[in-house]
Design a protein around this ligand. Structure first.
Ligand code: SAH
Ligand code: SF4
Ligand code: F3S
Length: 457
């Protein structure tokens, strides 16, 4: 479905005359970041100016996440805080979009306790956003209702990236996996792959506009294309076609699911000059028994086998991962299996989470005997192990030379510029303003736990 904004002209005059500004507050994953870029695109096409300040903006849009519990409290806290402004000031509008709005109990709570919210939209309803906005701003008409996810893909939505040299591009929406702990399939719907020609067209346009690095996004990128009925085209085909696009120099993707990480993709990575030497491979748990209860459909051994194959394809590949500690009834031995995998793979980056019970998921029905204190203690142990491993991993990089995309000035250190290696390691180094957006050879000179220092050679 092509996105058409037939309200743009009708509302623009009012928006510009009243100098209306917006702020987007994004929670959650890169899918949400990407959607927020589209909301920016829609708002700016209607005349809104970005303000990035909740206290001053006319329109505040919350793009929500519900993958873990704490986000709910954050949203309701923020809405409560903005209530007075919304009720007292003219031209203040509150919009709530994203995953949380796809949960009926959240919608009820907004209706009852936060009825001053103007618009609530689901996770795939951008095409009706302009109309809702028009109604809210010019007719003072609210819209707090449940919107079905459906099967449509919205193409040609205007998009504004904050970065000038790297951009994310969604390739597949939704998820079919139903990992037992996870709410995502319920709030994002079933897998829908974008047509290759639409994806490649977007990336070619980005390349023409000077973008060098592309991140291909999806909840499970390597099931890309499984839903095509008329063409035989999968993730490895897409990777090879993106590789051919002139101007794009670095290709990243997230997240692949270990159960679907097939040899054809490993072969493409091996032969590619552009695919980053960093693979984000969500582990979740190192225990085969817990993985089974999580419905992940791979064992500890199968996970390690993929890592081995990738390391064999290119020993410079580094790994990052997601780990959940304290899944219901996880035993000490099972937790130790996770630590064992961490030691074996030597992850460069680990996103660690304590299991959070999500209403409606299968795991939420399990009676859990592990105490909250035990879960926190396990997270601490995992953190400690990781922080102990990291300096040694970093030290091995000293003296090596890497191609680094110069992203901009370092935020923490005035005299330095920042970029990332193909392995996604942050490096800071001295450079010139003119180097921003260029790829430079950087030699690593020292390590500082969360970043490396280097010099352009
Ligand atoms: N599709 C991606 C993950 C999306 S959610 C994948 O399969 O890897 C991002 C991460 O949040 C997950 O990898 C998982 O580690 C974490 N997560 C999801 N549900 C969770 C829950 N109920 N409690 C704690 N962490 C959770
Ligand atoms: Fe959630 Fe699993 Fe789908 Fe990832 S693959 S989004 S963890 S259900
Ligand atoms: Fe959160 Fe939705 Fe992403 S629940 S993790 S923002 S898909």
């Amino acid at each position: 479905m092509r996105f058409v904004n037939s309200y743009s002209d009708k509302i623009k005059k009012y928006v510009i005359e009243n100098n209306l500004t917006y702020t987007i507050d994004t929670m959650g994953c890169q899918m949400n970041e990407n959607d927020s870029n589209k909301y920016s695109g829609i708002l700016e096409s209607m005349g809104f100016k970005r303000e990035n300040n909740e206290k001053k903006s006319n329109l505040i849009l919350f793009n929500t996440c519900c993958v873990r519990e704490n986000a709910e409290n954050t949203l309701f806290g923020r809405l409560g805080y903005l209530k007075n402004r919304r009720l007292k000031e003219e031209n203040v509008f509150l919009v709530v979009v994203g995953c949380m709005t796809q949960q009926k109990h959240i919608l009820e709570k907004i209706k009852i306790s936060y009825p001053f919210v103007d618009i609530v939209l689901g996770t795939s309803a951008m095409s009706i956003f302009p109309q809702k906005l028009y109604d809210a701003i010019l007719n003072h008409k609210k819209s707090i209702e449940y919107i079905d996810i459906g099967n449509e893909i919205e193409e040609e939505v205007p998009i504004i990236y904050e970065d000038k040299y790297k951009a994310s591009v969604s390739i597949i929406y939704g998820c079919n996996n139903f990992c037992s702990y996870c709410i995502v399939p319920y709030v994002r719907g079933r897998e829908r792959s974008r047509r290759p020609e639409d994806i490649l067209k977007d990336i070619k346009t980005l390349a023409k506009n000077g973008y060098k690095e592309i991140m291909l996004l999806g909840q499970n990128v390597n099931s890309y294309g499984n839903d095509f009925k008329d063409i035989d085209y999968n993730f490895s085909d897409l990777l090879q076609d993106v590789e051919k696009i002139e101007g794009i120099e670095i290709i990243r993707f997230m997240s692949p699911h270990p159960k679907d990480f097939k040899d054809d993709v490993i072969e493409v990575i091996k032969n590619s000059k552009k695919i980053a030497r960093q693979i984000h491979l969500p582990l979740q748990s190192g225990s085969t028994n817990i993985l089974k209860q999580m419905n992940r459909k791979y064992s500890k051994e199968q996970y390690l086998e993929i890592v081995e194959k990738l390391k064999k394809a290119d020993p410079s590949i580094s790994f990052s991962t997601d780990i959940i500690v304290g899944f219901p009834n996880e035993t000490e031995e099972e937790f130790l299996e996770t630590l064992d995998v961490v030691k074996k793979v030597q992850f460069d980056q680990i996103y660690m989470f304590i299991y959070s019970k999500r209403k409606g998921t299968r795991a939420a029905t399990i009676e859990d005997k592990v105490t909250a204190e035990e879960k926190v203690e396990r997270l601490e142990r995992l953190k400690k192990l990781y922080e102990k491993m990291l300096p040694d991993l970093n030290k091995k990089l000293i003296g090596n030379k890497y191609k680094v995309l110069v992203e901009g000035k370092s935020k923490n250190n005035e005299n330095f510029f920042t970029g990332r290696t193909s392995q996604n390691k942050v490096v800071i180094f001295k450079a010139e303003k003119e180097d921003i957006g260029k790829i430079k050879d950087v030699k690593i000179t020292s390590e500082h736990l969360w970043y490396l220092k280097g010099e352009i050679v």
